[in-house]
Design a protein around this ligand. Structure first.
Ligand code: CA
Length: 187
């Protein structure tokens, strides 16, 4: 009987551990009042990560300001991530080495790319990850599985409001990798 109870307890512990591991993902708030959600499990295609962020009323990360990438790395380095270095999907999407941030439609600037990238290896790399705890981006196949980072800004909180009310709102629709994006360029 004691053996059965011990085995049962062990099974419950293993089950709980698996559930916790499968449900990783956490909100982080920065001093700049930006909220990130980071899930480090290598379990999501870019499309799945895009939807995971949408479910949370967030968007996949864009890195239009250099400070944002520093903030993100501070968050990553401050907290204990079991998978080091983390490979995380960002909101970058495009084709043939031309990429935009999916929440604004603005181009990804060249200084963010890692050495040799974007290289569009095998002509199949249409999505963008941040990798190896660096400030660098890599284009890679959208169906690869990584973790992801979402962000929440005032734009997410009030979808009817332009990100920067000082600038006139303009929208354009473009299609990447089968997705249709309605870009708000008021940011
Ligand atoms: Ca690449």
């Amino acid at each position: 009987m004691k053996t059965c109870i011990a085995v049962l307890i062990a099974l419950v512990c293993v089950y709980n551990k698996i559930v916790v591991q499968a449900d990783r993902g956490q909100l982080y708030q920065t001093s700049k009042n930006v909220t990130y959600f980071i899930n480090q499990d290598y379990a999501y295609t870019w499309y799945e990560a895009f939807l995971e962020c949408s479910f949370r009323n967030m968007t996949l990360l864009s890195l239009e300001r250099d400070e944002k990438i520093d903030e993100l790395l501070q968050v990553i380095n401050k907290h204990k991530f079991s998978k080091k270095p983390p490979h995380l999907w960002t909101g970058g999407i495009g084709s043939n080495r031309k990429f935009v941030w999916s929440n604004t439609g603005r181009p990804i600037v060249s200084r963010l790319w890692g050495p040799g990238n974007p290289d569009n290896s095998a002509n199949m790399e249409n999505c963008v990850q941040i990798y190896e705890n660096t400030k660098h981006l890599n284009d890679i196949k959208c169906v690869e599985k990584f973790g992801f980072v979402c962000e929440m800004t005032q734009c997410n909180l009030d979808v009817a409001k332009a990100c920067d009310p000082e600038k006139p709102e303009s929208r354009r629709i473009e299609k990447y990798s089968g997705f249709v994006f309605n870009f708000n360029q008021g940011k």
